[in-house]
Design a protein around this ligand. Structure first.
Ligand code: HEM
Ligand SMILES: *[C@@H]1O[C@H](CO)[C@@H](O)[C@H](O)[C@H]1NC(C)=O
Length: 338
């Protein structure tokens, strides 16, 4: 109810307002003061449809792409804010985040972002930011995989730099403790509810042997597997994730329904079948977090509702707005290098 009233209000204000930046300050929570869903209604009315149709084509070609695009937005936002820094290739003064540890040999989807940007530049040149493309593609991917939808506040601008160290330090690692992961979320203005809900992204997509091998053989340095990992599942994983070799072998993060965006991720955690250590710690390390996992395992609707809210909160992390940054013409390079 409150939501639909504020949506109508925003629409009315939008109709009356000019310039738009004056009236939406503070409309969206925390970092997102100047972001709002109608940002492109005048400057590129077809923008959201174009993003959606290219994402739909890409996911039809390869279902995993939904997961890869969702992850791209996360790995963008956690470095210096949602500013498309992750999309920059190395050149001149820029050392690409693609080479950072959390991204190397695993982050993907850049060709799809290029295809979206190309279509948008044809429709309305220099109008739609690469950072907004990432936020919209993450939502569209979630919907295409069967997950919830939400309105995406837009109006972000693109960075003119990248940060490898930011990517290495700020993005949680799969071997981090619960406390470290929560701290990394809190540093970005997100809380425990966001952490648990957003981890539900691991209901789709893949992970490589190398990111969870330690759990299978030597979790705590005593030569034993992770005691919180279900035994038959561990046996199954060891078959294609040996002590040495097979580093890049792929495993479903959710083996029950690997391509469906649903709450089975949380059910897996309750039966000790989380793939990553960072997944399983959500139930083994903290009472409150374990309660949230139980809640989402019991109610798909509760998970979906919170996921949309938390994605908006993540998308609000330190955006560049107004005259900060730029609208890149090509997502892989800053405009001054064109
Ligand atoms: C909470 C801390 C998190 C950790 C430690 C973590 C870690 C990981 C790791 C290690 C992988 C596999 C990468 C590889 O094989 O190299 C992965 C995949 C993935 N992550 Fe996360 N992640 C976290 C949170 C998130 C969040 C917040 C999202 C989205 C909002 C997300 C979305 C995904 C998706 C969709 C995949 C599969 C990607 C694909 O198949 O291409 N993760 N994550
Ligand atoms: C397990 O790890 C510890 C510490 O990293 C190491 O000293 C030990 O040799 C390892 N054990 C096995 C069986 O790999």
């Amino acid at each position: 109810m409150a939501n639909s009233i504020s949506t109508v209000l925003v629409a009315v204000m939008w109709a009356l307002a000019s310039p738009p930046s004056l009236c939406f300050a503070g409309k969206v929570g925390s970092g997102g003061g100047y972001l709002y869903p109608q940002f492109y209604d005048r400057s590129c009315p077809n923008a959201l449809n174009i993003v959606r149709s290219v994402v739909a084509k890409a996911v039809a070609r390869e279902p995993r792409m939904a997961a890869s695009l969702l992850r791209l937005h996360f790995h963008d936002c956690f470095v210096k804010g949602c500013d498309a820094s992750i999309l920059l290739d190395s050149s001149g003064s820029i050392a690409s985040e693609k080479r950072a540890i959390p991204n190397k040999n695993s982050i993907r989807g850049f060709e799809v972002i290029d295809e979206i940007k190309h279509a948008l530049e044809k429709e309305c040149p220099s109008s739609v930011s690469c950072a907004d493309i990432l936020a919209l593609a993450a939502r569209d991917s979630t919907v295409l995989a069967g997950g919830p939808s939400w309105e995406v506040p837009v109006g972000r601008r693109d960075s003119t730099g990248a940060s490898i160290s930011g990517a290495n330090n700020n993005i949680p690692a799969p071997t981090n403790t619960f406390q470290t992961i929560l701290t990394k979320f809190k540093l970005k203005g997100l809380d425990m509810v966001d952490l648990v809900a957003l981890s539900g992204s691991h209901t789709i997509g893949n992970a490589r042997c190398t990111v969870f091998r330690q759990r299978l053989y030597n979790q705590t340095g005593n030569g034993l597997p992770d005691a919180t990992l279900e035994k038959s599942y561990a046996n199954q994983l060891r078959m294609r994730c040996p002590r040495t070799g097979g580093d890049q072998n792929l495993f479903f993060l959710d083996q029950i329904s690997p391509f469906a965006f649903d709450n089975s991720y949380f059910k897996n955690l309750l039966s000790n079948k989380g793939l990553l250590s960072s997944d399983q710690v959500l139930v083994t390390s903290n009472r409150q977090s374990a309660e949230l996992v139980k809640k989402f395992a019991e109610s798909n609707a509760a998970f979906f509702e919170q996921f949309g809210k938390s994605m908006v909160r993540m998308g609000n992390i330190s955006p560049l707005t107004r005259s900060s940054g730029e609208i890149r013409k090509h997502c892989r390079k800053i405009n001054s290098s064109n």
